[in-house]
Design a protein around this ligand. Structure first.
Ligand SMILES: [Zn+2]
Length: 78
């Protein structure tokens, strides 16, 4: 049994003193399809920001858009 690639430490892209929780790759919300490693806190920050943007620019999302569906995007063909 070999294990060499899955043991490397992932660093949050917003690495800092306020990082909290596990760092993991999170699917991009912006439609780029690139997953960035984020800790629990900064991922939540990102989700909050997305939520805020959606409230400010509601035209970007249909009323039935559900952010809990990971990978669902509304702006993939802008
Ligand atoms: Zn972080």
């Amino acid at each position: 049994m070999t294990e060499s690639t899955n043991t490397e430490t992932v660093t949050c892209i917003a690495d800092g003193p306020d990082c909290t929780g596990d760092v993991d790759y999170r699917d991009a919300l912006s439609g780029t399809g690139v997953a960035h490693p984020r800790c629990d806190k900064h991922w939540q920050d990102r989700l909050d920001l997305e939520d805020d943007l959606r409230r400010r620019y509601p035209a970007h999302a249909p009323t039935d858009f559900d952010p809990t569906y990971a990978g669902e995007q509304w702006d993939e063909d802008y």
